[in-house]
Design a protein around this ligand. Structure first.
Ligand code: NAP
Length: 295
């Protein structure tokens, strides 16, 4: 815990897994910051009050951002455009607006209306998560040793980028900056395609009939189990990711299909060496992920 005050007043628009985890970080690292949590439902706001992770709660995004020097949009991506319109009249001049969305080109596009106010827009993506949702699922350590990618427009004030960087560093993250389109291509490969594959495999198993289907569950430790965890991720969040990162996902999906077909061919024609070589190469990738401390 530090005594530094990172921001005076932070508005968290959306207080689910990511928003509530950040609220917990701010509680720990910046105790004098006033936290305002905004969600749609009375149930979520009641949970937030019970958990004591915010000083104020509201279902009105405009009221939430009034007087805030930092606004964090942490809702599903499909809500961004509506939220941007609603918060513009309440934004304090000079405030920083950031977000945590998993797709960045679309986030920037949908948040553009906030630039009608004199604010700094610094979109971001903490690359950390679990398959759980809602404020009870959050925890401050979620972000530790993971990467946060910021995608500020080129003319953004460096001091605003530096303050958002300090926020995520206080959460234990390493921070990188890149162009939104580049972020979306990288994440299409590292996150979006793996989720699509997991959703597909679990869907294929569900479509199996009778005994076979129940045996897949019983003997799931053979590999299927790990896919079921990924495929349990939030349906709305992932629907939005595929709608918002369409082109980059379709591009890596095309390459994946070609590579899968090549392995299918090797199996069909008994080309053992092709399979073994590929598996040796992929094993090396696992070692580099472990060395990068991202395992
Ligand atoms: P979550 O746990 O489902 O929470 C979403 C929050 O947004 C809830 O508080 C919800 O309020 C609120 N919300 C939804 N629609 C809203 C609207 N129209 N107006 C105001 N509030 C609204 O979601 P999450 O997992 O934290 O994800 C949030 C964002 O983080 C997404 O954009 C996602 O792409 C990104 N992200 C997620 C992960 C992950 O692993 N989960 C990782 C990195 C980034 P109610 O409960 O009242 O509906």
């Amino acid at each position: 815990m530090t005594t530094a005050k990172l921001f005076d007043r932070v508005a968290l628009i959306g207080i689910g897994l990511i928003g509530s985890s950040l609220a917990r970080v701010l509680r720990r690292e910046s105790r004098q910051t006033t936290l305002v949590a905004c969600a749609r439902s009375a149930e979520t706001l009641e949970v937030v009050r019970r958990l004591g992770i915010a000083d104020e709660t509201t279902d009105d995004p405009q009221a939430a951002v009034e007087g805030a020097d930092l606004v964090v949009v942490a809702t599903p991506l499909s809500a961004y455009a509506g939220i941007a319109e609603r918060i513009v009249p309440g934004l304090m001049p000079g405030a920083i607006v950031t977000d945590v969305g998993s797709v960045k080109a679309a986030a920037l596009r949908d948040l553009q209306p906030v630039l009608a106010a004199p604010v700094h827009l610094v979109p971001g993506h903490p690359v950390a998560g679990t398959e759980h949702s809602g404020p009870e699922a959050g925890f401050a350590e979620l972000f530790r040793d993971r990467w946060c990618i910021l995608t500020p427009p080129p003319d953004t004030a460096p001091e605003a980028v530096a303050r958002v960087t300090r926020l995520w560093e206080a959460a234990g993250m390493r921070v990188a900056t890149m162009a939104p389109d580049h972020h979306d291509r990288v994440l299409a490969m590292t996150s979006h395609l793996p989720h699509l594959i997991a959703y597909t495999i679990v869907g294929t198993a569900m479509a199996l009939g009778g005994d076979l289907k129940s045996e897949v569950v019983t003997y799931s430790a053979g590999g299927f189990r790990d896919f079921t965890r990924i495929a349990a991720s939030d349906p709305v969040m992932w629907r939005d990711i595929f709608m918002k990162n369409r082109d980059a996902v379709l591009d890596v999906l095309q390459r994946f299909s070609e590579d899968l077909t090549a392995l299918q061919r090797a199996i069909r024609w008994g080309e053992a060496e092709i399979l073994e070589n590929r598996f040796r190469e992929t094993r090396a990738i696992r070692r580099s992920v472990i060395e990068a401390k991202q395992a």
